[in-house]
Design a protein around this ligand. Structure first.
Ligand code: DUC
Ligand code: ZN
Ligand code: ZN
Ligand code: ZN
Length: 468
């Protein structure tokens, strides 16, 4: 036989092309594309199906250490299993530095958390919370040269946020090292001030999370982040952009020629702040930051996905159980919204939601879908063309789609360790019937066939040119 695997008869879609062809795989890589390829030891007939590059989820959290009494529901085992079952073959979660601690140790710790557990390939972004001279001048350059070529910084949260001066220091290092800085843009003081006022008025239900973080809070921080990047003359990426106000700022900066990249997430095209107005504490299931906005913002996000203002569509999977003693969102009827951990699950539903709401409803085409969910993040974060495309030489990471299949999202169909999905009851068209990681089937539409420990760490290229 000529190949280990032949995927035969499908319609192959990349960010630039759509073509009927067979895919020949040897040793985990694509070695041939064409019609009527020779025999494979294993053959999968995908006539009538779409064959896309496996998804790259460039923003997801798993097994990330939390404060006392709090724990993420998903570790690398359940998190990557869930990814595979949703068509995602590469994840880039975060190794977070604790204030006063070493960044290098955070990355080493994270390697240990992933090893033996991951069933899809993975890379790490770092989170820089304490940019000391040692971190800036020694640890960051060394970690970048070891393939952790992007890092996130926060403008909010007391235990994470940086001052503008510190952000400038980080951006200068990113410029020197050719790393990409990801920025969480929300104004911390505005949120603290609004939160205090809401609490004083007794307005503590989950829905007030959105009131405490209105669009102007994100808009101001986004504008400030763009300005700091302009000052240092370095590309940045604004993560989890929620709606029209921040989008307007990003469009303005891009029109000025600044290298501003932007990411959005499923929650910002599907959920609204109003959806958080639920009985009892149920609204906590939708608490994420920035919060979901409104229909007008959904439309603005769609325009940005279609136009190319956004290059990345990630889940921002941040898994906390609703009903659990440890690591919970549900803190009892008395708890305030600001005590609820921020973040919602979405690794497994990311692709299906964009496929159904975007491609099936005619808002974006299939090539754009691939670009936003796979090749865009692979390019931007230094994984392309090994990941993010179907081409000779690329890893044989494939998601095979049945575009006709209609189904309803329910948490019992998902493979994460979270006890709810914010998308419960949502009706979708299109699903991943097979996921292939480096030539091996890891999901067959009913069962997970991946293996903990088979996922490999991916050292990444530098995303940006190095400046002086
Ligand atoms: N930011 C994230 O990136 N994820 C979860 C919560 C948050 O604020
Ligand atoms: Zn964030
Ligand atoms: Zn996140
Ligand atoms: Zn409180």
């Amino acid at each position: 036989v000529e190949f280990d695997l032949v995927v035969r008869g499908g319609t192959v879609v990349t960010s630039g092309d759509t073509a009927r062809c067979d895919i020949g795989v040897r040793d985990g890589r694509i070695v041939a594309l064409g019609e009527r390829l020779g025999e494979g030891a294993r053959e999968i007939d995908v006539t009538g199906r779409l064959v896309l590059p496996g998804g790259v989820d460039a923003h997801c959290h798993m097994d990330q250490p939390q404060g006392p009494g709090l724990r993420m529901a998903d570790d690398f085992e359940s998190g990557t299993r869930s990814a595979a079952c949703g068509g995602t073959t590469t994840v880039i979660p975060f190794a977070a530095q604790a204030k006063g601690k070493s960044l290098r140790e955070a990355v080493e710790d994270y390697h240990r958390r992933a090893a033996g557990k991951a069933s899809v390939d993975y890379a790490f972004h770092m989170i820089v919370t304490d940019p000391t001279p040692v971190v800036l001048n020694e640890e960051l350059p060394e970690l970048v040269s070891q393939g952790c070529t992007s890092f996130k910084i926060y403008m909010t949260y007391d235990d994470l946020k940086l001052q503008d001066r510190q952000i400038l220091d980080c951006l200068a290092v990113a410029r020197r090292e050719g790393a990409l800085t990801m920025i969480h843009a929300e104004n911390a003081d505005c949120i603290a001030w609004l939160t205090q006022a809401l609490e004083a008025a007794g307005l503590t239900a989950p829905k007030y999370h959105a009131t405490a973080r209105p669009p102007v809070v994100e808009r101001e921080a986004t504008h400030r982040a763009l300005s700091l990047a302009e000052l240092v003359d370095v590309p940045i990426l604004i993560v989890h952009v929620s709606g029209a106000d921040a989008i307007e700022q990003i469009g303005w900066a891009q029109a000025r020629g600044l290298k501003i990249h932007a990411e959005t997430c499923p929650q910002y095209i599907t959920l609204t702040a109003q959806d958080m107005d639920l009985e009892g504490f149920e609204g906590a299931k939708l608490i994420c930051s920035p919060p979901p906005r409104d229909e007008a913002s959904h439309e603005a996000v769609w325009r940005g996905l279609e136009s190319g203002l956004f290059q990345v569509f990630s889940s921002d999977h941040a898994p906390f159980r609703y009903d659990d003693v440890e690591g919970k969102k549900f803190a009892g009827e008395q708890a305030c919204f600001h005590c609820v951990p921020n973040g919602i699950p979405g690794l497994e539903t990311r692709l299906a939601i964009l496929f159904s709401e975007g491609v099936m409803k005619g808002r974006i085409d299939l090539n754009r879908f691939v670009s936003l969910t796979s090749s865009g993040p692979a390019r931007l974060y230094g994984l392309y063309p090994r990941k993010g495309t179907i081409a000779v030489g690329a890893d044989a990471d494939l998601a095979i789609w049945d575009a006709d299949h209609r189904w309803t999202v329910t948490n019992d169909k998902l493979h994460h360790a979270v006890d709810y999905t914010p998308y419960e009851g949502m009706e979708l068209q299109g699903r991943v019937m097979t996921t292939i990681l480096r030539g091996e089937v890891v999901w067959d539409g009913g069962l997970f066939h991946g293996q903990a420990g088979n996922g490999r760490f991916l050292p990444r290229d530098r995303p940006c040119p190095r400046g002086e």
